[in-house]
Design a protein around this ligand. Structure first.
Ligand code: NAP
Length: 317
């Protein structure tokens, strides 16, 4: 699979694109929209003056607006790129300033709660096509973005029932232009799938790193020194943005609790296997899980290089 974006589009997909929030995701959208000619003009805004100033310095937008209301005035496509918990306030603020026929989308990692927060604030005649690019890093802020973040990654659209097909097609074309594969599903299905593939893994990472940090018999220095034994890979996930992840768990509570319940049951079963010396049970599970990693590599969602492609001669488990 080529690891580069193709040639830019001859004609942009949208006239004015407004980005509300310019962190990792918003700045990556700005980079790819410029590089691939996805939008004729980009207007951006962020919460703080410091971030708005940085967005100007980085040249991420043609115009930096002082507020979400100002940013959306002439926008054809508005993408909400702030943490999920900020969406109610942003939607209430932009609602009265949207131009007729505008398409509002977002990038939130949770979809049901975003629809409940945003949809009531959109006046009739607007289109709402919620989206979740399943791509990210543990970095945040306007300096963290890059144009290939979404390349070959999935972007899931969860349009509420009755959304006009033309609006869905436009958002699909935008993400395809950014290099993503696009899939459409219901918000509730999205939230369940992402609870197990993304949300619970983050919680496990936060938990294991927190547990290690609290251990009294093992020093912090030892935790860091011997981290290549597996711990290090959890620390990357556990370094993810605290605001974003707090909001994910507060807004995908039911699905996260459902998957955590299952996880706890399976963990208890593993505990039993260890206690009763059930080597065959352990071996069978570890064999099944290895096959899942191979499928992810075969699908092009991960590198086949050992140790995630790090040069690891001196980092042995
Ligand atoms: P981020 O790097 O922390 O950036 C968040 C941006 O939102 C900042 O520019 C922030 O401005 C702005 N913001 C916050 N509240 C705002 C408000 N009330 N009005 C206007 N702007 C506001 O976050 P991110 O990682 O890009 O994540 C953004 C969204 O993408 C989240 O909804 C998350 O669920 C989703 N997402 C993230 C990932 C990931 O891996 N990070 C992956 C997929 C989807 P200031 O800097 O001024 O505070």
């Amino acid at each position: 699979m080529p690891d580069r974006l193709g040639a830019p589009l001859e004609a942009p997909i949208v006239g004015t694109l407004a980005l509300i929030g310019v962190g990792l995701i918003g700045s990556s959208i700005a980079h790819v929209a410029r590089r691939q000619n996805l939008a004729a003009r980009i207007v951006a805004t962020a919460q703080s003056e410091a971030t708005r100033k940085r967005v100007k310095e980085l040249g991420l937008a043609d115009e930096v607006a002082p507020s979400p209301g100002e940013a959306v005035r002439d926008a054809d496509l508005i993408i909400l790129c702030a943490p999920v918990g900020a969406n109610t306030g942003i939607a209430a603020e932009i609602g009265p300033h949207l131009q007729q026929g505008a398409i509002v989308s977002d990038v939130g990692s949770v979809k049901g709660a975003v629809i409940a927060a945003v949809a009531p604030h959109l006046p009739p005649g607007m289109h709402f096509v919620p989206a979740h690019p399943v791509a990210g890093t543990e970095q945040s802020g306007p300096d963290a973005g890059f144009a290939t973040l979404f390349l070959h990654r999935w972007c899931i659209l969860t349009p509420p029932e009755g959304t006009e097909a033309a609006a869905i097609d436009k958002v699909r074309a935008f993400w395809t232009g950014a290099g993503s594969n696009v899939e459409v599903m219901t918000a509730s299905h999205h939230d369940l799938v992402l609870a197990i593939t993304s949300h619970v893994p983050h919680l496990i990472a936060y938990n294991i790193v927190g547990t290690a940090a609290d251990l009294e018999e093992v020093t912090q220095a030892e935790v860091i020194k011997f981290s290549a034994g597996g711990f290090r890979d959890f620390t990357r996930i556990a370094a993810s943005d605290p605001t974003m992840w707090r909001d994910v768990f507060l807004h995908n509570r039911d699905a996260a609790l459902e998957m955590l319940g299952r996880f706890n049951e399976d963990l208890a079963a593993l505990q039993r296997m260890i206690r009763w010396g059930d080597g065959e049970g352990l071996f069978n599970l570890f064999t099944r899980t290895r096959a899942i990693r191979r499928s992810i590599i075969a699908e092009g969602q991960e590198t086949a290089a050992p140790d995630f492609g790090r040069h690891a001669e001196d980092e042995l488990d």
